[in-house]
Design a protein around this ligand. Structure first.
Ligand SMILES: Cc1cc2nc3c(=O)[nH]c(=O)nc-3n(C[C@H](O)[C@H](O)[C@H](O)COP(=O)(O)OP(=O)(O)OC[C@H]3O[C@@H](n4cnc5c(N)ncnc54)[C@H](O)[C@@H]3O)c2cc1C
Length: 415
């Protein structure tokens, strides 16, 4: 594969851009692979990439029922942060955040990582105490965050009204090296690198059954026929329950639609990401100028993968007290994704009751930020057959043993 560079752009400019190669191949499936990954979202593609890069395993197929990156990876609001409360979460999310810092160079693909800073607003006394506690925990974990005053919040984000009558801003938890990245580019960059290593990304190929013999996986049935494999990774986010059913086990997880919307584009007015969890809304400004606004989850389990009017109204109504200028913006688009939520709001990365079948799921409303770290940990799990240090505590047996990794404050409503 030809490397992308300034010279390549100049060369192609001189020959009317006729020499660009396709970013990834679209092969037909082979009869069998060493590893099949189901789901070409960010986590599935990153898992495949680190299987090749860290363990030299490249006889890999990534099967996707739609188009790659078309699930939650292409639908999220792209917030990246690692200011979690529990040590095991902070380690996993900080690994991911630090990989994001150099991912463009690593993949030779501009993922537009923008560490513009993430502020989580404290708008009640309870939140002040909670975020001060998180800042202390982060200091012990080696994650750089600080609790800042309302005046500093206003300096960083002048469009904010910090004196709201119901919920004045009392401070914020700031992570300066948190930020955003271009979600499609993360999927496309990993896909291009996987294809370059000889892996097969097979789109429009839905897995409809999991085959096994003697309690060990042997392959999958797909809409493009049966494919054998020695190891299987299920990385399908909101569809995890359905895939687990095919593999013969149940997951402690619910699927629910999470929604977001964007406004018309406006001039640059905000160069930081703000999350307001009390009123529940969060926003950042995209490079195109749109205000990217995250809403809430539906109050009932569903697989709808689309937006609804009441969420637009609820989310914008909640935010206008703190961001009065939003009331004058037209909203352009809204959408939804199916998120997979566990009881303790932490992911599951681990073995399953079916031999040689592994799972990465349960990222809920906040797994975009974790893609490089989740993929890294899942690749290690699949390659070695046992979890490594990063994922050791994230197995699903924690729900039987009562060892929860409770991130309901850090991840329950926020992203
Ligand atoms: C509106 C919204 C806002 C969000 N905001 C943020 C945010 O700001 N920050 C953050 O960190 N996270 C956020 N998230 C969460 C984040 O998007 C997800 O946690 C993350 O993208 C999950 O990645 P994934 O690769 O596991 O799943 P996905 O990207 O959903 O990939 C799973 C893939 O599996 C495929 N699949 C499913 N079933 C099958 C089958 N039977 N056969 C073959 N393929 C199958 C799907 O088509 C899909 O492409 C948000 C999510 C939504 C919906």
């Amino acid at each position: 594969m030809r490397r992308y560079s300034a010279f390549a752009i100049a060369r192609e400019a001189l020959r009317f851009h006729s020499g660009w190669e396709r970013a990834w191949r679209s092969p037909n499936p082979k009869k069998s692979y060493d590893v099949i990954i189901v789901g070409a979202g960010g986590h599935g593609l990153a898992t495949a990439y680190y299987l090749g890069k860290n363990f030299g395993i490249t006889n890999v197929a990534i099967l996707e029922k739609g188009w790659l990156g078309g699930g939650n990876t292409g639908r999220n609001t792209t917030i990246i942060r690692s200011n979690y409360l529990q040590d095991s979460s902070a380690a996993l999310y900080e690994k991911a955040r630090s990989l994001y810092e150099t991912l463009s160079q690593d993949l030779n693909y501009n993922i537009m990582f923008s560490p513009r800073g993430v502020m989580m607003l404290a708008q009640t006394e309870h939140e002040v105490r909670g975020y001060q506690r998180t800042a202390q925990a982060n200091a012990l974990q080696g994650v750089k965050t600080e609790f800042i005053s309302p005046q500093r919040v206003k300096e960083l984000c002048p469009i904010m009204n910090i004196d709201g009558p119901r919920y004045p801003v009392l401070g914020a938890l700031l992570q300066e090296r948190g930020g955003t990245a271009r979600h499609d580019a993360v999927a496309w960059g990993y896909a291009r690198a996987c294809s370059d290593m000889g892996m097969d990304i097979i789109q429009q190929c839905e897995v409809v059954g999991v085959r096994s013999a003697g309690g060990v996986v042997t392959g999958v049935d797909t809409t493009k026929g049966a494919i054998d494999c020695k190891k299987l990774g299920l990385v399908v986010a909101g569809n995890s329950g359905a895939l687990a059913g095919m593999a013969g086990f149940r997951l402690p997880m619910e699927s629910v639609a999470l929604q977001a919307l964007v406004s018309e584009p406006i001039k640059p007015c905000m160069d930081v990401v703000v999350m307001a969890n009390t009123v529940h809304g969060y926003l950042s400004q995209s490079d195109k100028g749109e205000m990217v606004i995250g809403g809430g989850t539906d109050g009932f389990n569903n697989y709808t993968q689309r937006g609804s009017f009441h969420h637009v109204e609820e989310t914008v109504r909640a935010l206008v007290e703190t961001f009065p200028m939003l009331s004058r913006l037209k909203m352009l688009r809204q959408w939804g994704g199916i998120v997979d939520v566990t009881g303790d709001r932490s992911p599951i990365i681990g073995k399953t009751p079916l031999g040689n079948c592994f799972i990465n799921a349960g990222w809920g409303t906040g797994g975009f930020k974790a893609i490089p770290g989740g993929g890294w940990a899942t690749a290690e799990l699949i390659a070695k057959g046992e979890p490594g240090a990063l994922s050791a505590e994230f197995g699903m047996e924690r729900f039987i043993e009562g060892r929860f990794i409770d991130e309901s404050v850090a991840a329950g409503v926020a992203h």
